[in-house]
Design a protein around this ligand. Structure first.
Ligand code: GLA
Length: 382
């Protein structure tokens, strides 16, 4: 479906749902991290890239401060008043909309009620930031309806706050920052302490390809919080604000004094931070040996030190690394299944995708989804 067809489809569905056409459209993309797992909440670096899969909201304003929100992709939907925002009784996806409304209102932004219809091409719950895309599309929609502007970094921070405080997921800033500030045609080197970024070009001929394991582990929530707490303990024991502040040499000198699990987590984060800088430096030139080595080291650390790999991810690594045209491959998102990412020679993407599909299916019995992605512009009006 091309964008025009998609728009027509959403338009028709909106008219069917609400009895008239929408007057305002917002959009926000998902993201994939090319390097930097779990570095964001350690105030470190991430090499992130928006993807050309996004969440749209078509809407028209209401005068009674009610929000009526539905989705073409997910069941449920909700009606709530901006004057008394409660959680959805079933803790559904509408909590992201309610959470963003809550934090924007608390921050003093004037909110307008609306009827809205969501349509997303970001797969849910697979590590490509479908939640952040919905949050950033929602914040953008409120700004368009209210006629005010918001700094995109502030918008990202408020989205993170909505997720931390309203939804109850203790995520870092990576997803919302990427969705709000992503740039078409380029990756970003994000500094999560200073909330700043610079573009990081990807060598021509190098194509990022998403490889979705289609494996979801229910415990991700608690494991994520546990990793975060272990990193914070490491920083405390090392006497620094965040693991960002420790060099590999400094760490090596004190590693043996830490509890073994904490030491493994810290080592991964400190090494991964360095790999982000190294990959950002290597990407424009595209040296295959360098890229492949950095990505392989990232996965090895995720598996052995940070312990966020599952057997399905190992099977996917094997499938990706034996594929035609592959240059490098690693995990993406929080780990524990979900999507992974490969850099592939652009002219061999189809052969690569076919190989990964057959190989991974044979190894796991799961049908993966494999597709190239392009960096898209961050959130804005459609
Ligand atoms: C999830 C979180 C992010 C980040 C990644 C891991 O996507 O939402 O903040 O921590 O995991 O890098």
């Amino acid at each position: 479906m091309n964008p025009e067809q998609r728009k027509e489809m959403v338009m028709d569905a909106f008219v069917a749902a609400f009895g008239g056409p929408p007057s305002v459209w917002s959009r926000a993309p998902g993201r994939v991290d090319l390097m930097g797992s779990h570095t964001d909440y350690n105030q470190g670096y991430v090499l992130t890239m928006t993807i050309d899969r996004d969440t749209w909201i078509a809407a028209r304003p209401r005068t009674d401060r009610q929000v009526v929100i539905r989705s073409l992709n997910a069941d449920g939907g909700g009606v709530f008043s901006l004057d008394a925002i409660a959680h959805d009784a079933h803790a559904s996806w509408t909590d992201y909309v309610r959470g963003v409304a809550t934090v924007l209102g608390d921050a003093g932004f004037a909110l307008t009620g609306f009827e809205g219809l969501v349509h997303s091409t970001v797969p849910f719950g697979s590590g490509l930031s479908s939640s952040a895309a919905l949050e950033m599309a929602t914040a953008t929609l409120f700004s368009l309806l209210g006629g005010w502007e918001i700094d995109p970094v502030e918008m990202a921070l408020l989205g993170q706050r909505a997720e931390n405080q309203f939804v109850g997921v203790n995520c870092g800033i990576l997803d919302q920052y990427s969705s709000a500030l992503g740039k078409e045609g380029t990756a970003l080197l994000l500094d999560c302490r200073h909330l700043s970024s610079r573009t990081a070009a990807i060598a021509p001929g190098l194509q990022p390809v998403i490889c979705d394991t289609h494996y979801k582990r229910a415990l991700t929530g608690s494991e994520y919080g546990e990793r975060r707490a272990q990193c914070e303990e490491g920083a405390r024991l090392l006497g620094v604000t965040a693991l960002r502040d420790v060099s590999l040499e400094q760490f090596a000198a004190r590693e043996a004094a830490l509890p073994p699990v904490v030491a493994r987590r810290c080592r991964f984060i400190i090494e991964e931070n360095q790999r982000v800088l190294d990959l950002a430096a290597a990407l424009p030139g595209g040296d295959p040996a360098r890229l492949s080595g950095l990505m392989a080291a990232s996965f090895a650390g995720a598996r052995d030190l940070y312990e966020i790999a599952v057997p399905e991810m190992e099977a996917m690594m094997e499938a990706m690394l034996t594929g035609p045209g592959v240059i490098g491959a690693r995990q993406a998102g929080a780990g524990f299944g979900g999507c992974m990412v490969a850099l592939v020679a652009a002219d061999q993407v189809d052969a690569f995708a076919g190989h990964v599909q057959n190989h991974y299916l044979a190894a796991t019995g799961l049908q993966p989804r494999v597709y190239p992605v392009q960096a898209a512009q961050g959130a804005g009006p459609l």
